[in-house]
Design a protein around this ligand. Structure first.
Ligand SMILES: [Mn+2]
Length: 495
Protein backbone atom coordinates (compact mmCIF):
# COMPACT_ATOMS: atom_id res chain seq x y z
CA UNK A 1 0.00 0.00 0.00
CA UNK A 2 1.30 3.41 -0.94
CA UNK A 3 0.88 5.01 2.49
CA UNK A 4 2.60 2.20 4.31
CA UNK A 5 5.25 2.15 1.63
CA UNK A 6 5.84 5.84 2.13
CA UNK A 7 6.04 5.39 5.86
CA UNK A 8 8.42 2.53 5.38
CA UNK A 9 10.49 4.61 3.00
CA UNK A 10 10.65 7.40 5.58
CA UNK A 11 11.63 4.94 8.27
CA UNK A 12 14.30 3.45 6.05
CA UNK A 13 15.47 6.94 5.14
CA UNK A 14 15.75 7.96 8.78
CA UNK A 15 17.52 4.72 9.61
CA UNK A 16 20.00 5.31 6.77
CA UNK A 17 20.61 8.87 7.92
CA UNK A 18 21.26 7.70 11.45
CA UNK A 19 23.58 4.99 10.11
CA UNK A 20 25.44 7.50 7.95
CA UNK A 21 25.92 10.01 10.74
CA UNK A 22 26.92 7.21 13.10
CA UNK A 23 29.59 6.26 10.58
CA UNK A 24 30.72 9.88 10.25
CA UNK A 25 31.05 10.31 14.00
CA UNK A 26 32.76 6.94 14.35
CA UNK A 27 35.36 8.20 11.89
CA UNK A 28 35.74 11.63 13.50
CA UNK A 29 36.02 10.01 16.95
CA UNK A 30 38.74 7.73 15.64
CA UNK A 31 40.54 10.65 13.98
CA UNK A 32 40.44 12.61 17.25
CA UNK A 33 41.96 9.67 19.09
CA UNK A 34 44.68 9.30 16.43
CA UNK A 35 45.61 12.97 16.73
CA UNK A 36 45.56 12.81 20.53
CA UNK A 37 48.08 9.96 20.48
CA UNK A 38 50.32 11.78 18.01
CA UNK A 39 50.22 14.92 20.18
CA UNK A 40 51.14 12.92 23.23
CA UNK A 41 54.24 11.66 21.43
CA UNK A 42 55.10 15.13 20.10
CA UNK A 43 55.12 16.64 23.57
CA UNK A 44 53.89 20.05 24.74
CA UNK A 45 56.67 22.14 23.18
CA UNK A 46 56.12 21.08 19.58
CA UNK A 47 54.19 22.48 16.70
CA UNK A 48 53.48 19.92 13.98
CA UNK A 49 52.45 20.86 10.45
CA UNK A 50 51.23 18.46 7.78
CA UNK A 51 50.36 19.27 4.17
CA UNK A 52 48.07 17.60 1.66
CA UNK A 53 49.60 16.00 -1.42
CA UNK A 54 50.00 18.16 -4.52
CA UNK A 55 47.85 17.31 -7.52
CA UNK A 56 49.62 15.39 -10.30
CA UNK A 57 49.15 16.26 -13.94
CA UNK A 58 47.98 13.57 -16.31
CA UNK A 59 47.69 15.54 -19.55
CA UNK A 60 47.68 19.25 -20.30
CA UNK A 61 44.74 20.48 -18.17
CA UNK A 62 43.72 17.05 -16.82
CA UNK A 63 44.99 15.77 -13.48
CA UNK A 64 45.41 12.22 -12.27
CA UNK A 65 42.79 11.12 -9.81
CA UNK A 66 43.70 12.95 -6.62
CA UNK A 67 45.45 10.94 -3.94
CA UNK A 68 45.74 12.45 -0.49
CA UNK A 69 49.00 12.34 1.44
CA UNK A 70 48.72 9.26 3.63
CA UNK A 71 49.80 10.88 6.89
CA UNK A 72 47.45 13.82 6.44
CA UNK A 73 44.64 11.42 5.59
CA UNK A 74 45.44 9.37 8.67
CA UNK A 75 44.93 12.42 10.88
CA UNK A 76 42.09 14.21 9.06
CA UNK A 77 40.25 11.77 6.79
CA UNK A 78 40.13 14.57 4.21
CA UNK A 79 40.69 13.92 0.52
CA UNK A 80 40.69 17.56 -0.51
CA UNK A 81 43.68 19.39 -2.00
CA UNK A 82 45.30 22.41 -0.35
CA UNK A 83 44.64 21.15 3.17
CA UNK A 84 47.03 21.82 6.04
CA UNK A 85 46.87 20.48 9.58
CA UNK A 86 48.58 22.18 12.52
CA UNK A 87 48.89 20.48 15.89
CA UNK A 88 50.01 22.39 18.97
CA UNK A 89 49.88 19.88 21.82
CA UNK A 90 50.89 22.38 24.50
CA UNK A 91 48.11 24.85 23.84
CA UNK A 92 45.37 25.22 26.41
CA UNK A 93 42.74 25.56 23.73
CA UNK A 94 42.76 25.03 19.97
CA UNK A 95 45.36 22.35 19.92
CA UNK A 96 44.25 21.42 16.42
CA UNK A 97 43.87 23.86 13.55
CA UNK A 98 42.79 22.90 10.08
CA UNK A 99 43.30 24.97 6.95
CA UNK A 100 41.14 24.20 3.93
CA UNK A 101 40.82 25.83 0.53
CA UNK A 102 38.29 28.58 0.15
CA UNK A 103 34.86 28.00 -1.29
CA UNK A 104 34.75 29.28 -4.84
CA UNK A 105 31.41 29.08 -6.65
CA UNK A 106 33.00 29.49 -10.09
CA UNK A 107 35.59 26.77 -9.56
CA UNK A 108 33.00 24.57 -7.91
CA UNK A 109 30.89 24.74 -11.06
CA UNK A 110 33.84 23.12 -12.90
CA UNK A 111 35.30 20.80 -10.32
CA UNK A 112 32.65 20.19 -7.70
CA UNK A 113 31.85 21.02 -4.12
CA UNK A 114 34.53 22.10 -1.71
CA UNK A 115 34.04 21.47 1.99
CA UNK A 116 32.55 24.22 4.08
CA UNK A 117 34.23 24.86 7.40
CA UNK A 118 31.27 23.20 9.13
CA UNK A 119 31.56 20.10 6.96
CA UNK A 120 35.29 19.90 7.61
CA UNK A 121 34.65 20.13 11.34
CA UNK A 122 32.01 17.43 11.19
CA UNK A 123 34.24 15.01 9.30
CA UNK A 124 37.50 15.64 11.15
CA UNK A 125 36.32 16.60 14.61
CA UNK A 126 38.55 19.70 14.44
CA UNK A 127 36.76 22.80 15.70
CA UNK A 128 39.11 25.49 14.41
CA UNK A 129 39.06 25.76 10.64
CA UNK A 130 40.76 28.54 8.65
CA UNK A 131 41.22 29.18 4.97
CA UNK A 132 44.46 27.88 3.46
CA UNK A 133 45.23 31.40 2.27
CA UNK A 134 45.63 32.37 5.96
CA UNK A 135 48.21 29.69 6.67
CA UNK A 136 51.38 31.66 5.95
CA UNK A 137 50.45 34.60 8.10
CA UNK A 138 49.36 32.19 10.81
CA UNK A 139 52.74 30.43 10.91
CA UNK A 140 54.62 33.71 10.74
CA UNK A 141 52.63 35.05 13.69
CA UNK A 142 53.16 31.89 15.72
CA UNK A 143 56.91 31.80 15.11
CA UNK A 144 57.16 35.53 15.88
CA UNK A 145 55.50 35.12 19.31
CA UNK A 146 52.66 37.39 18.19
CA UNK A 147 49.90 34.83 17.90
CA UNK A 148 46.72 35.28 15.97
CA UNK A 149 43.13 35.07 16.91
CA UNK A 150 42.03 32.58 18.14
CA UNK A 151 45.44 31.37 19.24
CA UNK A 152 46.22 33.94 21.84
CA UNK A 153 49.46 35.76 22.35
CA UNK A 154 50.27 33.90 25.55
CA UNK A 155 50.27 30.54 23.79
CA UNK A 156 52.32 31.85 20.87
CA UNK A 157 54.80 33.32 23.35
CA UNK A 158 55.07 30.01 25.21
CA UNK A 159 55.77 28.18 21.94
CA UNK A 160 58.27 30.82 20.88
CA UNK A 161 60.12 30.64 24.18
CA UNK A 162 60.32 26.86 23.94
CA UNK A 163 61.65 27.09 20.38
CA UNK A 164 64.12 29.84 21.26
CA UNK A 165 65.39 27.88 24.26
CA UNK A 166 65.94 24.82 22.07
CA UNK A 167 63.28 22.75 23.89
CA UNK A 168 60.66 23.25 21.23
CA UNK A 169 60.43 21.54 17.88
CA UNK A 170 58.79 22.34 14.58
CA UNK A 171 57.77 18.84 13.49
CA UNK A 172 57.23 18.38 9.77
CA UNK A 173 56.75 15.31 7.62
CA UNK A 174 60.03 15.48 5.75
CA UNK A 175 60.21 12.79 3.11
CA UNK A 176 63.62 11.29 3.37
CA UNK A 177 65.36 9.78 0.40
CA UNK A 178 64.44 12.43 -2.16
CA UNK A 179 68.09 13.20 -2.82
CA UNK A 180 69.75 16.54 -3.48
CA UNK A 181 67.90 17.60 -6.59
CA UNK A 182 64.37 18.43 -7.61
CA UNK A 183 61.97 21.00 -6.19
CA UNK A 184 61.54 21.24 -2.42
CA UNK A 185 58.29 19.89 -0.99
CA UNK A 186 56.18 22.27 1.11
CA UNK A 187 57.60 20.92 4.42
CA UNK A 188 61.21 21.18 3.18
CA UNK A 189 60.54 24.69 1.91
CA UNK A 190 59.26 25.72 5.35
CA UNK A 191 62.20 23.98 7.03
CA UNK A 192 64.56 26.01 4.84
CA UNK A 193 62.84 29.30 5.68
CA UNK A 194 62.87 28.53 9.39
CA UNK A 195 66.58 27.76 9.29
CA UNK A 196 67.31 31.00 7.43
CA UNK A 197 65.10 33.32 9.48
CA UNK A 198 64.73 31.79 12.93
CA UNK A 199 68.26 30.81 13.79
CA UNK A 200 68.39 28.12 16.43
CA UNK A 201 64.85 26.81 15.98
CA UNK A 202 64.87 23.03 15.72
CA UNK A 203 63.03 21.32 12.89
CA UNK A 204 62.37 17.61 13.30
CA UNK A 205 60.78 14.90 11.23
CA UNK A 206 57.35 13.88 12.50
CA UNK A 207 57.29 10.87 10.19
CA UNK A 208 58.66 8.28 12.68
CA UNK A 209 55.88 9.09 15.17
CA UNK A 210 53.24 8.65 12.50
CA UNK A 211 54.86 5.50 11.16
CA UNK A 212 54.96 3.83 14.55
CA UNK A 213 51.35 4.70 15.21
CA UNK A 214 50.08 3.64 11.78
CA UNK A 215 51.59 0.19 12.29
CA UNK A 216 48.86 -0.72 14.79
CA UNK A 217 45.44 -0.35 13.24
CA UNK A 218 42.54 1.04 15.22
CA UNK A 219 39.30 -0.91 15.42
CA UNK A 220 37.85 1.45 12.81
CA UNK A 221 40.78 0.88 10.46
CA UNK A 222 40.47 -2.87 10.90
CA UNK A 223 36.82 -2.75 9.89
CA UNK A 224 37.73 -0.80 6.76
CA UNK A 225 40.45 -3.31 5.90
CA UNK A 226 38.04 -6.21 6.32
CA UNK A 227 35.59 -4.55 3.95
CA UNK A 228 38.34 -3.62 1.51
CA UNK A 229 39.57 -7.22 1.37
CA UNK A 230 36.03 -8.49 0.96
CA UNK A 231 35.75 -6.45 -2.24
CA UNK A 232 39.23 -7.38 -3.44
CA UNK A 233 38.53 -11.07 -2.82
CA UNK A 234 35.33 -10.95 -4.81
CA UNK A 235 37.20 -9.13 -7.58
CA UNK A 236 39.92 -11.80 -7.68
CA UNK A 237 37.26 -14.46 -8.14
CA UNK A 238 35.63 -12.43 -10.91
CA UNK A 239 39.05 -12.39 -12.59
CA UNK A 240 39.31 -16.17 -12.26
CA UNK A 241 35.95 -16.52 -13.98
CA UNK A 242 37.02 -14.21 -16.82
CA UNK A 243 40.30 -16.02 -17.52
CA UNK A 244 40.33 -18.75 -20.18
CA UNK A 245 42.36 -19.77 -23.21
CA UNK A 246 42.00 -17.11 -25.88
CA UNK A 247 41.02 -14.33 -23.48
CA UNK A 248 43.22 -11.25 -23.24
CA UNK A 249 44.88 -10.15 -20.05
CA UNK A 250 42.94 -6.87 -20.11
CA UNK A 251 39.64 -8.77 -20.00
CA UNK A 252 40.64 -10.16 -16.63
CA UNK A 253 41.76 -6.70 -15.50
CA UNK A 254 38.40 -5.27 -16.56
CA UNK A 255 36.45 -7.98 -14.71
CA UNK A 256 38.43 -7.31 -11.53
CA UNK A 257 38.22 -3.54 -11.61
CA UNK A 258 34.50 -3.62 -12.45
CA UNK A 259 33.95 -5.34 -9.11
CA UNK A 260 36.12 -2.77 -7.31
CA UNK A 261 34.05 0.11 -8.59
CA UNK A 262 30.66 -1.55 -8.42
CA UNK A 263 31.22 -2.46 -4.76
CA UNK A 264 32.08 1.10 -3.80
CA UNK A 265 35.87 1.11 -3.87
CA UNK A 266 37.22 4.26 -5.48
CA UNK A 267 39.80 2.40 -7.60
CA UNK A 268 42.65 -0.09 -7.42
CA UNK A 269 45.18 0.50 -4.65
CA UNK A 270 47.94 -0.25 -7.18
CA UNK A 271 47.68 -0.90 -10.92
CA UNK A 272 46.40 -4.45 -11.37
CA UNK A 273 49.07 -6.95 -12.37
CA UNK A 274 47.64 -9.52 -14.77
CA UNK A 275 50.40 -11.54 -16.43
CA UNK A 276 49.95 -14.72 -18.42
CA UNK A 277 52.62 -17.24 -19.42
CA UNK A 278 56.08 -15.63 -19.29
CA UNK A 279 54.54 -12.35 -18.11
CA UNK A 280 53.83 -14.10 -14.79
CA UNK A 281 57.54 -13.81 -14.04
CA UNK A 282 57.51 -10.00 -14.28
CA UNK A 283 56.86 -8.71 -10.78
CA UNK A 284 55.11 -5.45 -11.66
CA UNK A 285 53.83 -6.34 -15.11
CA UNK A 286 51.49 -3.68 -16.45
CA UNK A 287 51.24 -4.58 -20.13
CA UNK A 288 48.00 -6.48 -20.15
CA UNK A 289 47.74 -6.91 -23.92
CA UNK A 290 48.66 -10.55 -24.23
CA UNK A 291 46.25 -13.30 -25.26
CA UNK A 292 46.49 -16.17 -22.83
CA UNK A 293 47.04 -19.66 -24.11
CA UNK A 294 45.83 -23.04 -22.92
CA UNK A 295 48.29 -24.67 -20.55
CA UNK A 296 49.69 -21.41 -19.17
CA UNK A 297 49.49 -19.93 -15.70
CA UNK A 298 47.97 -16.53 -15.16
CA UNK A 299 49.33 -14.48 -12.27
CA UNK A 300 46.95 -11.85 -10.91
CA UNK A 301 48.00 -9.38 -8.23
CA UNK A 302 45.17 -6.91 -7.62
CA UNK A 303 43.33 -5.15 -4.82
CA UNK A 304 41.14 -2.13 -4.35
CA UNK A 305 41.38 1.14 -2.51
CA UNK A 306 38.33 1.30 -0.27
CA UNK A 307 38.23 4.54 1.70
CA UNK A 308 42.02 4.57 1.80
CA UNK A 309 42.23 1.01 3.11
CA UNK A 310 44.33 -1.22 0.90
CA UNK A 311 44.93 -4.93 1.01
CA UNK A 312 46.94 -7.01 -1.42
CA UNK A 313 46.05 -10.38 -2.99
CA UNK A 314 47.88 -12.49 -5.56
CA UNK A 315 46.84 -15.75 -7.13
CA UNK A 316 48.43 -17.78 -9.91
CA UNK A 317 46.14 -20.24 -11.66
CA UNK A 318 45.98 -22.33 -14.81
CA UNK A 319 44.18 -20.66 -17.69
CA UNK A 320 42.63 -23.96 -18.79
CA UNK A 321 41.60 -25.01 -15.30
CA UNK A 322 44.15 -27.69 -14.43
CA UNK A 323 47.73 -27.30 -13.21
CA UNK A 324 50.36 -29.19 -15.23
CA UNK A 325 52.71 -31.42 -13.22
CA UNK A 326 55.55 -28.88 -13.57
CA UNK A 327 53.33 -26.00 -12.50
CA UNK A 328 52.25 -28.09 -9.53
CA UNK A 329 55.88 -28.64 -8.51
CA UNK A 330 56.46 -24.90 -8.24
CA UNK A 331 53.05 -24.06 -6.82
CA UNK A 332 53.33 -26.57 -3.99
CA UNK A 333 56.59 -25.06 -2.80
CA UNK A 334 55.20 -21.53 -2.79
CA UNK A 335 52.04 -22.64 -1.04
CA UNK A 336 54.00 -24.51 1.59
CA UNK A 337 56.20 -21.45 2.11
CA UNK A 338 53.09 -19.37 2.72
CA UNK A 339 51.63 -21.99 5.08
CA UNK A 340 54.83 -22.10 7.11
CA UNK A 341 55.03 -18.30 7.05
CA UNK A 342 51.55 -18.11 8.53
CA UNK A 343 52.62 -20.34 11.42
CA UNK A 344 55.40 -17.89 12.27
CA UNK A 345 53.06 -14.89 12.09
CA UNK A 346 52.19 -14.37 15.73
CA UNK A 347 52.66 -11.74 18.39
CA UNK A 348 56.33 -11.15 19.13
CA UNK A 349 57.51 -12.47 15.77
CA UNK A 350 58.21 -10.07 12.87
CA UNK A 351 57.83 -9.66 9.12
CA UNK A 352 61.53 -10.40 8.91
CA UNK A 353 61.00 -13.73 10.68
CA UNK A 354 58.13 -14.61 8.37
CA UNK A 355 60.32 -13.85 5.38
CA UNK A 356 63.15 -16.01 6.72
CA UNK A 357 60.77 -18.92 7.18
CA UNK A 358 59.55 -18.69 3.59
CA UNK A 359 63.16 -18.56 2.38
CA UNK A 360 63.90 -21.76 4.24
CA UNK A 361 60.97 -23.59 2.63
CA UNK A 362 61.68 -22.23 -0.84
CA UNK A 363 65.38 -23.11 -0.66
CA UNK A 364 64.55 -26.70 0.20
CA UNK A 365 62.00 -26.89 -2.61
CA UNK A 366 64.30 -25.36 -5.22
CA UNK A 367 67.06 -27.76 -4.27
CA UNK A 368 64.72 -30.71 -4.73
CA UNK A 369 63.75 -29.50 -8.21
CA UNK A 370 67.39 -28.96 -9.18
CA UNK A 371 67.00 -25.19 -9.54
CA UNK A 372 69.75 -24.50 -7.01
CA UNK A 373 72.63 -26.65 -5.83
CA UNK A 374 73.13 -25.26 -2.35
CA UNK A 375 70.73 -24.09 0.34
CA UNK A 376 73.50 -22.40 2.33
CA UNK A 377 73.93 -19.22 0.33
CA UNK A 378 71.94 -16.86 -1.80
CA UNK A 379 71.36 -18.97 -4.92
CA UNK A 380 67.63 -18.96 -4.20
CA UNK A 381 67.58 -15.22 -4.91
CA UNK A 382 67.70 -15.96 -8.62
CA UNK A 383 64.15 -17.28 -8.35
CA UNK A 384 62.72 -15.73 -5.18
CA UNK A 385 63.41 -12.09 -5.81
CA UNK A 386 61.42 -10.15 -3.21
CA UNK A 387 60.46 -10.11 0.44
CA UNK A 388 57.59 -12.22 1.75
CA UNK A 389 55.87 -9.57 3.84
CA UNK A 390 54.93 -5.95 4.00
CA UNK A 391 52.42 -4.04 6.06
CA UNK A 392 49.12 -2.96 4.52
CA UNK A 393 46.88 -0.06 5.41
CA UNK A 394 46.44 3.39 3.95
CA UNK A 395 49.32 2.54 1.61
CA UNK A 396 49.39 -0.89 0.05
CA UNK A 397 53.03 -1.16 1.06
CA UNK A 398 52.28 0.51 4.34
CA UNK A 399 54.82 2.16 6.58
CA UNK A 400 56.54 0.31 9.41
CA UNK A 401 59.66 -1.43 10.58
CA UNK A 402 59.97 -4.97 9.23
CA UNK A 403 61.90 -6.05 12.30
CA UNK A 404 59.40 -4.69 14.82
CA UNK A 405 57.72 -7.31 17.01
CA UNK A 406 54.27 -8.17 15.67
CA UNK A 407 51.39 -7.11 17.90
CA UNK A 408 47.62 -7.32 17.69
CA UNK A 409 46.28 -4.71 15.29
CA UNK A 410 49.08 -5.04 12.78
CA UNK A 411 48.06 -5.86 9.22
CA UNK A 412 50.35 -7.36 6.60
CA UNK A 413 50.66 -9.80 3.72
CA UNK A 414 52.53 -13.04 3.30
CA UNK A 415 53.50 -13.44 -0.34
CA UNK A 416 56.24 -15.88 -1.26
CA UNK A 417 56.91 -16.42 -4.96
CA UNK A 418 59.06 -18.30 -7.43
CA UNK A 419 59.77 -16.93 -10.90
CA UNK A 420 61.78 -19.01 -13.34
CA UNK A 421 63.21 -16.44 -15.77
CA UNK A 422 66.01 -18.14 -17.71
CA UNK A 423 67.61 -14.72 -18.22
CA UNK A 424 68.32 -14.61 -14.48
CA UNK A 425 71.35 -16.77 -15.27
CA UNK A 426 72.69 -14.15 -17.69
CA UNK A 427 73.21 -11.61 -14.92
CA UNK A 428 75.45 -13.93 -12.91
CA UNK A 429 79.12 -12.92 -13.00
CA UNK A 430 81.02 -15.51 -15.05
CA UNK A 431 83.12 -16.99 -12.26
CA UNK A 432 84.19 -20.64 -12.41
CA UNK A 433 81.78 -21.40 -9.55
CA UNK A 434 78.88 -19.78 -11.37
CA UNK A 435 79.72 -21.57 -14.60
CA UNK A 436 79.61 -24.88 -12.76
CA UNK A 437 76.33 -23.87 -11.14
CA UNK A 438 74.79 -22.92 -14.48
CA UNK A 439 75.85 -26.23 -16.05
CA UNK A 440 74.22 -28.09 -13.20
CA UNK A 441 70.90 -26.29 -13.03
CA UNK A 442 70.46 -25.51 -16.74
CA UNK A 443 68.26 -28.58 -17.43
CA UNK A 444 65.88 -27.74 -14.56
CA UNK A 445 65.77 -24.08 -15.60
CA UNK A 446 64.80 -25.13 -19.12
CA UNK A 447 62.18 -27.47 -17.77
CA UNK A 448 60.50 -24.88 -15.53
CA UNK A 449 61.21 -21.86 -17.74
CA UNK A 450 58.63 -19.06 -17.65
CA UNK A 451 56.65 -20.44 -14.73
CA UNK A 452 55.85 -17.65 -12.29
CA UNK A 453 53.93 -18.26 -9.08
CA UNK A 454 53.14 -15.95 -6.19
CA UNK A 455 50.55 -16.63 -3.52
CA UNK A 456 49.63 -13.61 -1.46
CA UNK A 457 47.04 -13.07 1.23
CA UNK A 458 46.26 -10.16 3.51
CA UNK A 459 46.13 -10.66 7.26
CA UNK A 460 45.43 -8.83 10.44
CA UNK A 461 46.89 -10.10 13.67
CA UNK A 462 44.05 -10.16 16.15
CA UNK A 463 44.15 -10.70 19.88
CA UNK A 464 43.02 -14.29 19.21
CA UNK A 465 45.56 -14.91 16.45
CA UNK A 466 46.10 -14.53 12.74
CA UNK A 467 43.07 -13.69 10.60
CA UNK A 468 43.24 -14.13 6.83
CA UNK A 469 41.15 -11.35 5.33
CA UNK A 470 41.30 -12.86 1.83
CA UNK A 471 40.34 -16.35 2.95
CA UNK A 472 37.43 -16.64 0.52
CA UNK A 473 39.70 -16.71 -2.54
CA UNK A 474 40.61 -20.29 -3.58
CA UNK A 475 44.24 -20.90 -2.70
CA UNK A 476 45.23 -24.55 -2.71
CA UNK A 477 45.56 -26.51 -5.97
CA UNK A 478 42.38 -28.45 -5.16
CA UNK A 479 40.40 -25.30 -4.31
CA UNK A 480 41.54 -23.48 -7.44
CA UNK A 481 40.84 -26.39 -9.80
CA UNK A 482 37.42 -26.94 -8.23
CA UNK A 483 36.59 -23.24 -8.58
CA UNK A 484 37.70 -23.14 -12.21
CA UNK A 485 35.63 -26.24 -13.04
CA UNK A 486 32.53 -24.35 -11.90
CA UNK A 487 33.23 -21.34 -14.13
CA UNK A 488 30.21 -20.22 -16.11
CA UNK A 489 30.26 -20.79 -19.86
CA UNK A 490 32.27 -17.97 -21.41
CA UNK A 491 30.44 -14.89 -22.57
CA UNK A 492 32.69 -14.28 -25.54
CA UNK A 493 32.89 -10.78 -26.85
CA UNK A 494 32.53 -10.41 -30.60
CA UNK A 495 35.70 -9.22 -32.20
MN1 LIG B 1 52.17 -7.36 -1.99
Amino acid sequence: MPVRKTRLAILIGVALLIAASARASELSDDLKARRARVMERLGPDAIAILWSAPAARYSLDIDYEYRQDSNLYYLTGLTQEETILVLMPGNESRREILFIRDRNPVREHWTGHRLTHEEATERTGIDTVFATSQFESFVAAMLDRRGVDPVDEKQAARLFDALAAGRGRVALTLDAGRGLNGPLSAPLELARKIRERFVGFQVTDATPILTTQRMVKTAYERRLLIKSLEISSEAQMAGMRAARPGAYEYEVTAAIEAVHRSRGASSWSYPSIVGSGPNATILHYHGGERQMQAGELLLVDAACNYQYASGDITRAYPVSGTFSPLQRDIYQIVLQAQDEGMKVAKAGSSLEEIHKKTVEVIKAGLLKLGLITDTGGDQYRMWYTHGASHYIGIDVHDVGDRRAPLAPGMAFVIEPGIYIRPSALDSLPRTPENNALIDKIQPAVKKYADIGVRVEDSFVLEESGLRRLSASVPRTIEEIEAFLRKRQAPVTAQR
